[in-house]
Design a protein around this ligand. Structure first.
Ligand code: FEO
Length: 393
């Protein structure tokens, strides 16, 4: 592999992982991903910004084949998909120092077993001269871990944001191939990784405003040559704006809960509310997470299994609870055979979220006419609450 030029003295030396299909043994990657590393060559010193996942260390090392000296390795983030190949690079360049945030140092020691004496910490706003290029380190905690930082390359106006503004999207070139495709992949990535830190992302975006940026170079997915586009997308996702949408994650074992979902979708649609069904038996967790980004309401549908909610429903509720979407309303619907604690279990699983729970519709067996009427009433209640909150089509 050869370094790919972004600007004079600035190169992409990362690895594209076309075939990876799962991240953290949890997140589906329908479009693969990439682990982006960048080489910045100044007139006096050379810095490598991040490494790659250990599974792709050979790609990074082949990109560095012709690079005789690296003085600094900037580790923006200790997570192994960026720091995992540090030992390979450090072995090849024994004089190189690892630059990281003060919180990053112990994490690199603990997670990657980097020797402490090879690590130099930098403060927020500290600069490092490479000769004719200047790196400024910007602490950006919680995007994604508490130690994470970004780097601004002053002379070239490139902002290296690590996980922030990234996407799990494998592409053959270095830049975004199609903005809408990048928007879709970035929204998925934001939902899965950044959404729990929505307020913090908002603050970091505000902090970045003082830097004139020509290129955003994240650590996953394409390099972004139109920074305004991706920043505007994120501004929308982190804003308090809610979509006039109801997300319906559900499981149905014998068709009763599904019939309830169908009726509710119809009733919502008649009231001008977009309804998004996610059959949890087949849906992809990433699509479900994306739907959580701006939906105003979630209606969870579950049958009863051995006295409780269906395990796939609990899993989805647990994920929603962890991702902390900004939604305001929730309701529970479903069918049971002879009893159980399904609604209570689901409500308890969503304890992190500040939700107003609307009237549940839980029926015994197949929904009867009065049950379907209760679903119509739930749709009307949702429409009224959306209207009262100013959530319009
Ligand atoms: Fe891409 Fe949080 O690592």
């Amino acid at each position: 592999m050869q370094p790919k030029k972004i600007k004079d003295g600035v190169f992409f030396v990362g690895a594209v992982d076309w075939d990876r299909r799962l991240f953290d043994a949890l997140i589906p990657l329908p479009d693969g991903t990439s682990y982006n590393a960048y080489l910045v060559k100044g007139s006096e010193k050379t810095a490598l910004l991040d490494t790659v996942d250990p599974s792709k260390a050979d790609v990074l090392m082949s990109c560095l084949d012709g690079v005789k000296v690296i003085d600094y390795i900037v580790a923006h983030h200790a997570e192994q998909d960026h720091s995992g190949a540090l030992p390979n690079v450090m072995a090849k360049y024994p004089q190189a120092k690892v630059i990281t945030s003060p919180k990053g140092k112990p994490m690199l020691v603990e997670h990657v077993r980097i020797p402490e004496d090879r690590i130099v910490t930098v403060n927020d706003g500290q600069t490092l001269s490479l000769g004719d290029k200047t790196l400024e380190f910007i602490h950006t905690p919680w995007v994604h871990w508490p130690e994470t930082m970004s780097t601004y390359l002053h002379e070239d106006r490139v902002l290296f944001t690590c996980d922030l503004f990234g996407s799990h999207l494998a592409v053959s070139g270095i830049y975004e191939p199609d903005k809408q495709r990048v928007r879709e992949a970035s929204k998925r990535y934001y939902a899965e990784v950044m959404m729990p830190f929505r307020a913090i992302v908002k603050k970091h975006i505000e902090r970045f405003e003082k830097y004139p940026v020509q290129i955003i170079a994240p650590s996953h997915g394409p390099v972004l040559s139109d920074p305004d586009f991706i920043v505007q997308c994120h501004r929308d996702w982190v804003s308090d704006r809610l979509a006039n949408t109801v997300i319906l994650p559900y499981v149905s074992m014998h068709g009763s809960t599904e019939a309830m979902v169908e009726r509710l979708v119809e009733a919502l649609s008649e009231r001008g509310i977009q309804a998004e069904r996610h059959n949890l038996a087949v849906t992809d967790a990433g699509r479900f997470a994306m739907a959580l980004v701006d939906a105003a309401t979630m209606v969870i549908g579950s049958p009863t299994v051995l006295g409780g909610a269906h395990p796939k429903v609990i899993s989805a509720a647990f994920l929603a609870n962890a991702l902390k979407p900004k939604m305001k309303f929730a309701a529970i619907i479903g069918s049971y055979g002879w009893g159980g604690k399904m609604p209570e279990q689901i409500t308890a699983t969503l304890a992190n979220l500040k939700l107003e729970f609307l009237s549940p519709v839980v029926v015994k067996g197949k929904p009867a006419a009065n049950d379907l009427a209760a679903l119509d009433a739930l749709a009307a209640q949702i429409a009224a609450r959306h209207k009262a909150e100013g959530i319009s089509p």
